[in-house]
Structures are given as C-alpha cells and as structure tokens.
Design a protein around this ligand. Structure first.
Ligand code: ZN
Ligand code: ZN
Length: 338
C-alpha cells in the first residue's frame, strides 16, 4: 500500500510504500476510494494536538470498500461501501461509554490521530465504528460527511439543547449563526435551511466569495465575523479555530442563547465582560461524535438533499491540500483520491 505519512510534527507528509496490513479480529481492511481533509488534520500535522501516534497516517473522513474481513466481523461484506470516521474505538466500560456518551470515552482511539487513517490506498478499521454508505453518491462528495458533516450535526444538536439536561431536548434554533464557513458549515447550512431555520453566515471580513457561497446554500444573510447580524441569534456555532469569535458570538446571541464551539482546537479566548455571558447565555464545546449521531445524520442527509462542494487532490498532493486549507484558499472541502 501507499500512504502519506507524518513522521514528525510540523514536517511535510512523506509518501511511503508499506506492506498492506491484514485485519485483526474485529477489524476490516478498507480499500480507500476517497479521504476528506479536515481541519483537525491540520491541528495534528501542526503539532497543536498532544501525543499523536507517530509515524502516523492522518485522515478520518474515509470512504472506501471492504477489501478483507477480519475474524469475528459480523454484518459487513467484502465489496460493501463503507465510511470510517474520527471515532475509531471506545472502551465500552467507562462511565461515559455506559451512559451513552462514548464521544467522551476515557480510553478512545481516533482515526488519523491515535490510529492510522485514510491518507492511503488502504486502511484498517474497527468494524464496529464503520458505517455502511449509500451506493448512489460519488466517493469524493460523500467523504466530508464523515467528519465535517457529523461534527456540524452534533454541534447543531448541541445548539438546540435547552436547560439542564443539555442535549437534544429543545427545538432547533430559529436564527442560527455559523462562524467560519468551511466544510462543516457548508453542509450544516443546507440542513438548517431545509428545516426552515434562518442561517446567518459569518466569514473573514471582506471574504465576499465565501459570503456569496453561503447565500447560495441557503443563508439568509452573510457578513464579516465582526458584524452584528440583522436580528439577535438563538444560537451560534463557531467552526473557525479562532477564540476571539467567542465574545463576538456571545454578543450576537439573545438571552438564553447558546454559543457552541465545534472545533477540537482553538486559539485562546480573550477576556470579555461578564455581561456578555449574563442572562443565561451558554458557551459549550462539542467533542468527537457518537455512532448514534452518525446514524441520525446519515439518515437526514438524503432527506435534506445535501450537496457538497469538494476540491479533489491526488493522494501525493496531500501537503498541497493541507496548505490550501490552512490558507483559506478552499471553498467547501478538500478530498484526497488515492
Ligand atoms: Zn469508554
Ligand atoms: Zn475532522
């Protein structure tokens, strides 16, 4: 197999030939057809997340086909189309796993971070954490669903939550702000608009191209992240890794509103006056995903008619894809094709 490998943090990925691995019990070998490039990959490569497996094959938005079944794998067939997400393994016994919060597991493994991922022709995966995918859609188009889509969905559910119970109890926000209009926001905006929500898109100041793009996907308004929306928001989701957006988003949400931080890493949040948080505004983060989130999301995608905008790169150009994402030169999502 061929793979783009991170041998040390903050260094370019290197193309390597390796023997194709055989799946252990409970695992499958996936022949990769496409692998999305997520902002989290940038944080891993740039050394902003602690203790990655090294050397590492990044990539956790894998679309492929089952090539080999390991022993004891049930419910999957060779040749079946499969998606491999960020959540690669959970322990099943910690208090989080036992309370339906496997996304917070104490001993998890993450694809493309603490186990090898999909910047490769082949990848191993724990079969229990993979999802059968519909055959209809193009491999590259569907790859961003595996993280950008899923995390956007979980963030949206978190933005809808009310009261002490936290998750999935309230109605979705009528007026929803999305800060950072990249891969995740471009998927979520379509779902929220389809559900009749008013989506307000916040981009880098003066990024008219991204603002036009956001409006084309159903946003009723688009502007710079330093602007105030024309109405107070019920909730805001911050996808950009920029801590300074937290007080800006708090300013834009109404009483009792929620600000959800959807990324795994963010620059420091500047201090802000307490009155921005006062009146029961909430700031929460979203960590990882559960398999239930994925089932729910993959179910709603075809109903909402979600389309993705992708830019494809050959596997060998993974460093270019990462650079384009880092510099904000992409509309939608980058996808590697082995
Ligand atoms: Zn656990
Ligand atoms: Zn991701």
């Amino acid at each position: 197999m061929r793979a783009m490998v991170l041998e040390k943090s903050r260094a370019p990925l290197l193309m390597r030939e390796r023997p194709t691995p055989a799946p252990a019990a409970g695992e499958i070998l996936v022949e990769v057809a496409a692998c999305g490039v997520c902002r989290t990959d940038l944080h891993v490569v740039d050394g902003e997340l602690p203790n990655p497996k090294l050397p590492l094959i990044p990539g956790h938005e894998i679309v492929g086909r089952v090539a080999v079944l390991g022993a004891e794998v049930a419910g999957l067939a060779v040749g079946e189309r499969i998606g491999v997400p960020w959540l690669g393994y959970t322990c099943g016994v910690c208090s989080y796993c036992r309370s339906g919060r496997e996304n917070l597991c104490d001993r998890p493994l993450f694809t493309g971070y603490t186990r090898d991922g999909g910047y490769a022709t082949h990848a191993l995966a724990d079969a229990r954490y993979c999802f059968p995918l519909p055959e209809r859609r193009d491999d590259a188009e569907i790859a961003p669903f595996l993280c950008a889509g899923l995390i956007g969905w979980r963030s949206y559910r978190m933005a809808s939550a009310q009261g002490q119970g936290g998750y999935a109890e309230g109605a979705p926000p009528d007026a929803l702000g999305l800060y950072g209009f990249g891969a995740a926001a471009h998927i979520l905006a379509q779902i929220a608009a389809w559900q009749g929500r008013r989506v307000y898109a916040f981009t880098r100041r003066g990024d008219t191209e991204a603002q036009v793009f956001a409006k084309s996907l159903g946003a009723v308004w688009a502007g710079g992240s330093d602007e105030m929306p024309p109405e107070p928001l019920d909730a805001a989701i911050i996808f950009a890794p920029v801590g300074a957006l937290v007080p800006l988003a708090l300013k834009a949400v109404k009483k009792g509103g929620r600000v959800v931080c959807g990324g795994i890493h963010m620059s420091d949040i500047p201090s802000f006056p307490y009155r921005l948080l006062w009146e029961e505004r909430h700031v929460v983060s979203v960590a990882n995903l559960t398999r239930a989130d994925a089932r729910e999301f993959l179910d709603i995608v075809p109903q909402a008619g979600v389309k993705t905008e992708v830019t494809c790169y050959p596997l060998a150009a993974a460093n270019d894809a990462l650079a384009d994402l880092r510099e904000g030169r992409l509309q939608g999502a980058a996808v590697l094709i082995p």
